[in-house]
Every structure is written in structure tokens, then in C-alpha cells.
Design a binder for this molecule. Sequence first.
Ligand SMILES: O=P(O)(O)OC[C@@H](O)[C@@H](O)c1c[nH]c2ccccc12
Length: 263
Amino acid sequence: MNILDKIVLRKREEVEFAKANVSIKELEAALHFNRVPYSFEDFLLDDQRSGIIAEFKRRSPSKGVINDKVTVEEVTTAYAAAGASALSVLTDVDFFGGHTNDLLAARAANQIPILRKDFMIDEYQILEAKALGADIILLIAAILTPDEIEDLAVFAKSLGLNVLLEVHNLEELQRSVIPELDAIGVNNRNLADFSVNIQTSFDLVDEIPDDFLKISESAISNPLTINELRTAGFDGFLIGENFMKTENPGAAMTDFVSQLISV
Ligand SMILES: O=P(O)(O)OC[C@@H](O)[C@@H](O)c1c[nH]c2ccccc12
């Protein structure tokens, strides 16, 4: 059993536990539930912003603890001030050290789109994402069938959420593309074995239909790479560890952005 299988097994238990504790009626009555989500596209294509989706990630199964000394408020507001087009907040507890409260805190402090970064396998989690104030949900092709992707995407769109599909290879991309998606992310990290290769993005970009926003995810640590990815056709760049591994992730992002060539 690889790490992804372990995460999904645990996620099923977690979702059942959450369902038993918080009813759908309660989610629908939550503070943010009726809020209209920000448009991912508007923020990503705004040329006053960097195109970076900046991630708050305390730890990961591949790296262990990345940073457990900073708060979600200080980091996400500094990311936004540094020109983030969107924020990504991990809500997985057991493998990434995140929490649904992190998303609530990020929402309270920021006025840009927020991606709920988690392993979505059930409509309940999408209702939860809406209740927590998320704007974007992630669907990971490696853990979902095409029918599940369709059902979850249609459901998320019915709530006004933006949908980001994550793929890692051509086969996942070809079996998963449906019109309901807003953005397609190429994960440069293979979640099954943690190997990383930016080349994955360059290999797949031309296979993504132009009606979707194109995002390159993971293992980006050099501003020059962003320029190359942009030239290749990417609109967005998901960066976590490169900022989070420093003492001051917001300052690290400001420094990184200052080195981007403006286009
Ligand atoms: O920290 P990095 O290498 O910059 O990567 C960020 C993000 O892409 C990564 O955290 C990620 C991509 N897809 C995921 C799915 C689940 C959890 C995490 C992820």
C-alpha cells in the first residue's frame, strides 16, 4: 500500500467521523456558506499579481516537519501582500499537520481566493469547504474515478466553487478532463512515491485544452522556472515548501517575486 492509499483509507474514516459530528444542516448554516466565492480566473489572470498560489503547509509525508513555528494568519497575509493570486491551505490533519481551523483563520484574514488543499472523496467535504470559506476545491485524479470526478465537480460548481483538477500523467489527464473544471494542475510530485520532476509540467502543458487555466504544482524553487513555465503556457504556480521552509515565508515570497521577470 503506497502513501496515497493510506491517506485515502484514513480520509474515509475522517469523513465518516465528521458526518457523525456535524450535520449537513449545520454546514449550510455556517457563517461563510452563502458567500459567493472569488473567481479563481479573475485573480490568476490579473497581471498586477504574481500567478503564484502560495501554500501554508506545516509538514508533509515526504519532508516531515517543514515549519511549525509560524501562524496561518501571519503567513497568509504576508503571502497576499507579496502578490499571491490565491492561497492554498492544507486541512489534512494526520499527514500534513493542517486543520479546518487553518482555513477559517486564513479566510478571516484575507480577501483573495483560497484553495482547500485536501483529499476530496465525498460531497460532504465540498459542503465543508464552502462552510469554511474556501473558494477552490482540489480533485486529485490519482484517487478518483472519472465518474467520481464528474459528480464532485458538478456538485462543487452547483455551490459556486472553483474546481482544480490535479493530474500527474497523460493517462490521468485524458481520462479526467470534463467541461465542469476551471483549472488543471500538473503535479510535478508523484504522490505515490514522492519523486519530483518539473519536466512533467513541460511534457503535459500542450495536452491541456486551452479552455482551462493551467497550473504547475510542486517542487518550484527558482524564479527562472516560473518564467519558463509561463512561456510554456502555464497561468499559475503552486508553491509551498520553498517558502514554508524559511523562518519568514512571507518575506521569502516577497524576495522570490522580486526576481520574476514581468511579462
Ligand atoms: O511544497 P511544494 O513542493 O512547493 O508543493 C506545493 C503543492 O503543490 C503540494 O503541497 C501538493 C500538490 N498536490 C497536493 C495534494 C495534496 C497535498 C499536497 C499537494
